[in-house]
Design a protein around this ligand. Structure first.
Ligand code: SF4
Length: 64
């Protein structure tokens, strides 16, 4: 079972690309917004950096 869940509020995302630059679990979609490749992980890894770098704080890391 995953220990970390990654939540992304896509409505808030401004498509700046900071998360994708900080973490390879993030990529930019055709809609101009970011999305996480995986949302359930064993470790937070660089997703915390992605969340910290997001200017609109629309990435949330939930540790279970
Ligand atoms: S850093 Fe935040 S606002 Fe920028 S693309 Fe990623 S999720 Fe969207």
């Amino acid at each position: 079972m995953a220990k970390v869940k990654i939540e992304h509020n896509k409505d808030m995302c401004i498509g700046c690309g900071a998360c994708a630059a900080a973490c390879d679990n993030w990529e930019m979609g055709d809609d101009g917004k970011a999305h996480p490749k995986k949302t359930e992980l064993d470790e937070v890894g660089c997703n915390q950096e992605a969340a910290d770098n997001c200017p609109v704080s629309c990435i949330t890391v939930v540790e279970e």
